[in-house]
Ligand binder design. Structure first.
Ligand SMILES: [Zn+2]
Length: 472
């Protein structure tokens, strides 16, 4: 059997969170009573004229910088013609052969090096309205009793990002999308939430034999609404294609849906060729020609990107890749880590506390005073475990001060602990004999007894030392 190599490219749609829609002044964004955020432009009344949203153009340029793209000096809106009830004009205003952002790359760091993914383009378009298929089990049009259309979403600014087919596994595709999502969120241009549909991704999938030049026929995989479903959908389609080729069949170009329940893909429709859309320049809009100083201003506004920040953390704080990645799970957590680490705390200790104890509390890292948290982490060996956990839970309180908790110190005084240790050993002669007979694991039992009696306030190190001495 030949060895197969997956070839995966992604098409990602991101709904921008501008206040208003792409070509009219209607309120944009998720929610609202159906069909309350509409006007003659986004409902396609005859004679209504589109006016581009400047913020949407600027945010797309910003994203283009983050994707290392060339920003076009001239980008043109085109009409993409097709009929569907969610598209009242009979065409979508999109960009075709002159998109705003071209030929970029996006680097996904990993434990075994970087994966660089080419970006073909990122262009701006308007979203379609939302069709809701009522009745029927799947929520799809097949089997439904009737369909409703909510035009609130119609005309929302949408960026489409198209990658090169540079991804070589389902897992790489998932990691690419997760990092892209975080980048978009940190740019502040979209919530990029898959559950809400503000981030959507389709995958172009094909396989070829290792070493084979060129590409084989690809299929387009749609309808995947979580990162895990995307990975599983791609896996299912790779399996299907390999089976098809190996059994002497041929993969045909088509659009497929991933069915989560059965973990299989099903055909949707034959893919239209670009010709079918009869693209032509939108006559109601002039080309977008961003001024050089605006392009440069937007470049300067791009913050440090999470992918680069992971690598910087590894180097600057001498962390493992895994630690650096977890700490960069959000910009706020990364910023809090840096406040704590720069306060002179041991970088590894600080990362352990943040990644394990702090994240488990669910506290918003953006609300925490890093200097106070640093004091708390510094002194964590001197306070009872419960107190430390309670302090972390309360660390987002504006009144949070480490010293409130540091007063609750551990009992480390040997003179105070010695009688207690002696009493516990006297009360458990059987265990003492067993320990002396070689069952050294019983040390933990004695430590536990001391902790119980002191309600967790005994310094474990002092207790350990005392016990070893007495049991010797
Ligand atoms: Zn409108």
């Amino acid at each position: 059997m030949p060895e197969w190599e997956p070839v995966i490219g992604l098409e990602i749609h991101v709904q921008l969170k501008t206040h208003t829609k792409m070509f009219c002044g209607c309120e944009s964004g998720f929610g609202g009573e159906p069909n309350t955020r509409t006007c003659p432009v986004c409902l396609a009344f005859p004679g209504a004229l589109p006016v581009p949203n400047e913020t949407a153009v600027e945010w797309t340029i910003k994203l283009g910088h983050a994707l290392n793209c060339r920003i076009a000096e001239r980008a043109v809106f085109h009409r993409k013609n097709y009929f569907y009830p969610d598209n009242p004009k009979g065409y979508q205003i999109s960009q075709y052969d002159e998109p705003l952002c071209i030929a970029g790359s996006f680097v996904v760091p990993g434990p075994e090096g970087d994966t660089e993914v080419g970006i073909v383009r990122a262009h701006l378009e308007e979203d379609a309205a939302k069709t809701i298929h009522v009745g029927g089990e799947t929520g799809r049009i097949v089997g439904s009793a009737h369909s409703n259309v909510d035009f609130n979403r119609g005309g929302t600014p949408l960026v489409e990002i198209v990658t090169q087919p540079d991804l070589r596994s389902a897992d790489d595709a998932k990691r690419f999308l997760q990092l892209l999502r975080q980048t978009i969120v940190e740019l502040g241009i979209s919530d990029a939430e898959m559950e809400k549909g503000t981030l959507r991704a389709d995958a172009n999938v094909s396989v070829r034999e290792v070493g084979e030049p060129g590409y084989r026929t690809r299929t387009e995989l749609k309808n995947m609404n979580s990162f895990n479903h995307i990975a599983r959908g791609i896996e299912a389609e790779l399996r299907r294609q390999i089976e098809t080729w190996e059994s002497g069949g041929e993969v045909v170009q088509e659009t497929l849906d991933y069915e989560v329940k059965s973990d299989t893909v099903t055909p949707r429709r034959r893919k239209e060729e670009a010709d079918d859309y009869r693209y032509f320049p939108e006559p109601d809009l002039v080309p977008v020609e961003p001024e050089a100083d605006v392009v440069e201003r937007l470049r300067a506004e791009v913050p440090e990107l999470p992918g680069l920040r992971i690598r910087r953390f590894e180097e600057q704080y001498e962390l493992s890749y895994y630690d650096a990645e977890v700490l960069n799970g959000s910009a706020a957590l990364a910023a809090l880590y840096e406040q704590v680490a720069l306060d002179g705390i041991d970088a590894k200790a600080a990362s352990n506390v943040l990644m394990n104890d702090f994240v488990a509390t669910g506290v918003d890292p953006a609300a925490v005073n890093g200097a106070e948290l640093a004091k708390l982490i510094e002194a964590r060996a001197t306070i009872p475990r419960d107190t430390f956990t309670r302090a972390l839970t309360e660390s987002a309180d504006p009144e949070f001060r480490a010293e409130t908790y540091l007063a609750d110190t551990l009992v480390a005084d040997t003179a105070e602990l010695e009688p207690l240790v002696e009493r516990i050993l006297a009360n458990n002669p059987g265990q003492v004999a067993a320990y002396k007979g070689g069952k050294e694991g019983l040390l933990g039992f004695f430590v536990g007894q001391v902790m119980k009696e002191t309600q967790g306030k005994a310094d474990p190190k002092v207790v350990n030392d005392l016990l070893r001495k007495k049991l010797a």
